[in-house]
Design a protein around this ligand. Structure first.
Ligand code: COA
Length: 213
């Protein structure tokens, strides 16, 4: 038996399970892994603790990290690697992926996502519902797109950036991309027209730094 774990049984994981279960062969099983709600069922699927997932009888086991926070995915990535568990990449049938697209392991590509051409994406990318990535973009590791992100051409997004729902990233130019810095957060609905420094949060149209009082 081949065992597929979906790490996280919250909203994100529950949105990934139907994609994984629809693609299962007869000798394959999908379960949630969640230490918070272990040894129960969630939406009719078994939900195991990490320990129980490792103890399940299986010829092969692999995991996807269904947690929106990139830093948490990064920690779990190390935990899985330490246990010798590899990653698979759930991808909805209702996606369009065009030419010369390279995507690292563990990516979760939700329904109605489009990724066009000549695009490089790192490990454990999340592209949530109705997001798109246009031509000539480069995206780092553990990057998250909430639903409806519009990432236009020639944009560079560094590791761990989080792009909120409905955000629009202006296209860059060849050799002079728009750059979203490492760990930056783009608020929902932001219209990003300029580079965003690492670790900063921006909101609004045009996007401005969010400063808490
Ligand atoms: C930008 C964001 C990260 C800020 O979160 P936060 O640091 O907790 O900020 P707060 O909620 O305390 O809001 C701070 C201020 O910014 C405003 N604000 C927050 N997010 C905003 C946004 N996206 N656009 C415009 N204003 C926003 C708030 O109204 C508040 O204004 P006030 O000080 O005048 O009351 C968050 O609001 C956001 O947009 N997250 C993305 C959500 C998302 O896409 N979820 C998808 C789930 S699948």
């Amino acid at each position: 038996m081949k065992l597929y774990g979906i790490y996280g049984a919250s909203g994100c994981g529950r949105g990934v399970m139907p994609i994984v279960s629809a693609a299962l062969a007869e000798d394959e099983t999908a379960v949630f892994i969640d230490d918070g709600v272990s040894n129960s069922t969630v939406n009719g699927y078994p939900c195991l603790s990490w320990k129980d997932f490792l103890a399940e009888q299986a010829a092969e086991r692999s995991v996807c990290l269904a947690i929106a926070d990139g830093a948490t995915r990064s920690k779990l990535d190390k935990k899985c690697a330490a246990a010798g568990v590899g990653f698979y990449s759930p991808r909805s049938d209702q996606t369009v992926i065009m030419d010369e697209v390279l995507i690292g392991e563990g990516a979760i590509i939700s329904p109605f996502v489009t990724i066009t051409s000549n695009i490089k994406i790192g490990r454990h990318f999340h592209a949530n519902l109705y997001s798109y990535v246009e031509h000539d973009c480069s995206i780092g590791d553990f990057v998250t797109f909430a639903p409806g992100v519009k990432c236009n051409g020639n944009v560079v997004i560094k590791d761990h950036a989080y792009i909120g729902s409905g955000a629009i990233l202006k296209q860059g130019k060849p050799g002079n991309p728009l750059v979203i810095g490492k760990g930056a957060v783009i608020g929902m609905g932001a219209v990003v027209t300029k580079n965003v420094p690492p670790g900063e949060t921006v909101i609004g149209n045009p996007a401005r730094l969010l400063r808490h009082n």
